[in-house]
Ligand binder design. Structure first.
Ligand code: IMP
Ligand code: MG
Length: 189
């Protein structure tokens, strides 16, 4: 199917890696799979979107899961800052979700890279008495650190490139693009 949004949509984008059409289709598939897998947890499912990168993913994902009663509790983790494009290690920025005892926690993140974010959150939630903790990422880089990090649900495996769009940023910009793409080198100056 043709996609209305191409790399021409924004002058700073080099290549579209995942189109908005492909994202929309895959997000619905992921949500349906999660809905089936958590049928036993109706009313005891807590979805934890990792801000800010998973903002768009989470909004689309939970709307594709209307058959389940679930809670949404945001958390914020910082790993990249400003114009850095290499992970600096993950730190919590703000309060963690509360009252997780007996709840099945599903972490939603935009992209799995070094794995620091998921490892940090998983251990925090497990130590807070969650009944189970799983992770769902839209993107995963095809690098050893990402592929070896436990992650139960993954939208797309992509090559090891710095990407923006659909929530992912460079220096807090480009989150509003409806697709995932690479930045032109001159836009990363
Ligand atoms: P990890 O903790 O290294 O796995 O990285 C996860 C976080 O780093 C993601 O939630 C993103 O916010 C950020 N990140 C990793 N790779 C990229 C990228 O290619 N573009 C933009 N942000 C990224
Ligand atoms: Mg993030």
């Amino acid at each position: 199917m043709d996609d209305a949004f191409t790399s021409d949509t924004h002058q700073d984008i080099g290549r579209v890696l995942v189109s908005s059409t492909a994202i929309a289709r895959r997000v619905v598939e992921l949500a349906q799979q999660v809905g089936d897998d958590y049928a036993h947890a109706d009313g005891r499912l807590t979805v934890v979107p990792v801000m800010t990168g998973s903002l768009l993913f989470a909004a689309d994902f939970v709307r594709a899961l209307p058959q389940r009663r679930l809670r949404i509790q945001l958390t914020t983790v910082s790993s990249y800052g400003g114009k850095n494009t290499a992970s600096r290690g993950s730190t919590l920025a703000g309060a963690l979700p509360k009252h997780l005892e007996g709840h099945h926690v599903l972490i939603l993140d935009d992209i799995l890279d070094s794995g620091g974010t998921l490892r940090l959150l998983r251990s925090e939630f497990e130590s807070r008495g969650a009944a189970s903790v799983r992770a769902c990422v839209l993107l995963r880089k095809k690098i050893p650190s990402a592929m070896s990090t436990p992650c139960e649900y993954c939208g797309f495996d992509i090559d090891d490139e710095f990407v923006v769009g659909y929530g992912l940023d460079y220096d807090d910009l480009y989150r509003n693009l409806p697709f995932v793409g690479t930045l032109k080198p001159e836009a990363r100056a």
